[in-house]
Design a protein around this ligand. Structure first.
Ligand SMILES: Cc1ncc(COP(=O)(O)O)c(C=O)c1O
Length: 438
């Protein structure tokens, strides 16, 4: 079958010959030649349909090709496609005001960037200017972006090949209850993961630390939902030492957990929220750094040493305004909570059935299955290439990080559609069940 004048083979060949694919050894890439999409589905150039169980890259929260957002993009492009970052525009103002409304507490003023990494770069600068301190604490099981500063904050293996990175990043251990780094179980836990942060602050010097940055709920590093007192207690520690608290809501924001932002689940107001992805549902690139009124006031009579040609891009801001309206009008946060409850029940049933599923973790429509060879030793099955092969053949598209398989569908998904995808995962897990030892 041809698409326009190009066959699927020609699309792939041209992409591979002339463009780099990220995080890949180039000759190992096997890209799907994607040509159209709608709602929770997309199609390749041969007409094969895929159920999108990772919302592309955990960003298309409203689903593909929502007519309201497409129209907003078309209208804005026809009116004012671009404006100098120093001029005032209607979409930029409207979006800033809307962000002040949907973010918690006294978070008020936004610096716009182009994506998550850039948002974090600028949050680092703002935190350093505001506190006059240098160090930033972040967690090991984290991803904050691929640019120089954001990758320094990133705790996972993607930092190592590009070191040395930005100085001043210090890492601490995670609330990873399935594999507690301190050796506790749920029953014996006494929150060593929180006490440990305060101990590190002591060693690093509280007056040297500008901020602690954490993902609202850890995304790509394993969908780690913290215990209920984790965020509130880290907030208290930050207050005690005058350290700013930054919630990276690039992946966990925008209804993904059933709330606007993951921190809303625990009633915590960070000093800074960084976000991207779901703010426009990926339709147009946009990142945002939203700060409290107090931090905003600081820059009233001091220079904000930050800038981007595309800061406050009208097309991106108009897209975000329409996207936020879709979250509200289509009741997507409510749907994430409702279908999320069903998802949790179904994942528990899958775990009960499949010996290769060591753990399932979920909050809203943000979830993952951890695949192991042996439930006692918790030895991972990694890579999940054989599982991905079955999923792709059966028309299910999703993301895995080592042995962790994600179920992160668009928030407009119904229970029936969700079950359709989970049935494919159920089938694919036959492959890993056969690898179980002991
Ligand atoms: C939590 C988190 N922060 C930051 C980023 C970086 O965002 P971007 O890829 O838009 O630069 C990501 C990307 O996946 C992310 O998940």
């Amino acid at each position: 079958m041809t698409t326009g004048k190009l066959t699927s083979q020609e699309i792939i060949a041209m992409n591979r010959e002339y463009t780099f694919f990220s995080w890949s050894v180039q000759n190992q890439t096997v890209p799907i030649p994607m040509v159209k999409a709608e709602g929770i589905y997309f199609w390749d150039a041969d007409g094969k349909r895929y159920l999108d169980f990772s919302s592309q890259l955990m960003n298309m929260n409203i689903g593909h090709q929502h007519p309201k957002v497409i129209k907003a993009i078309q209208d804005q492009a026809a009116t004012l496609a671009f404006a100098h970052p120093g001029v005032a525009t209607i979409p930029r103002g409207l979006l800033g005001k809307k962000l002040a409304e949907v973010t918690p507490g006294n978070l008020k003023k936004t610096f716009f960037a182009l994506g998550g990494a850039e948002a974090n770069e600028n949050a680092i600068k703002i935190a350093r200017f505001y506190t006059g301190r240098n160090k930033i604490l972040a967690r090991y099981r984290s991803y904050h972006g691929a640019t120089h500063g954001a990758i320094a904050l990133t705790g996972d293996y993607r930092r190592l090949p590009v070191e040395p990175t930005m100085p001043g990043a210090v890492h601490f251990l995670d609330p990873y209850c399935y594999r507690c780094p301190f050796g506790w179980t749920i029953e014996t836990c006494h929150r060593e993961c929180i006490n440990h942060v305060e101990e590190i602050i002591g060693y690093e010097g509280p007056d040297k630390i500008a901020a602690i940055i954490m993902e609202g709920v850890t995304g790509s590093n394993g969908l780690l939902v913290p215990p209920d007192d984790y965020w509130p207690r880290i907030r208290q520690i930050c207050d005690k030492y005058g350290i700013l608290l930054i919630s990276d809501e690039v992946m966990s924001g925008w209804g993904r957990t059933g709330q606007w932002f993951a921190v809303d689940n625990w009633g915590v107001t960070p000093d800074i929220i960084t976000t991207a992805k779901g703010i426009t549902s990926g339709y147009v690139p946009l990142g945002a750094v939203i700060v409290t009124d107090k931090i905003a006031d600081f820059f009233e009579d001091k220079m904000l040493w930050a800038g981007l040609t595309y800061n406050g891009h009208p097309l991106a801001c108009a897209t975000a305004v329409a996207t936020i309206e879709v979250y509200e009008e289509d009741g997507l946060l409510e749907n994430a909570r409702k279908v999320g409850k069903h998802l949790g029940q179904q994942l528990e049933a899958i775990k009960a059935k499949h010996p290769s599923v060591g753990d399932v973790r979920y909050i809203g429509l943000f979830s993952a299955l951890e695949i192991v060879k042996n439930r006692k030793t918790k030895e991972p099955i990694d890579p999940l290439t054989a599982v991905q092969k079955v999923l792709r053949a059966e028309g299910l598209f999703t993301f895995n990080f080592h042995n962790i398989l994600f179920v992160v569908p668009p928030l407009c998904i119904t229970e029936m559609q969700l079950d359709e995808g989970l049935a494919i995962i159920d089938k694919a897990l036959g492959v890993t069940d056969a690898m179980v030892e002991g």
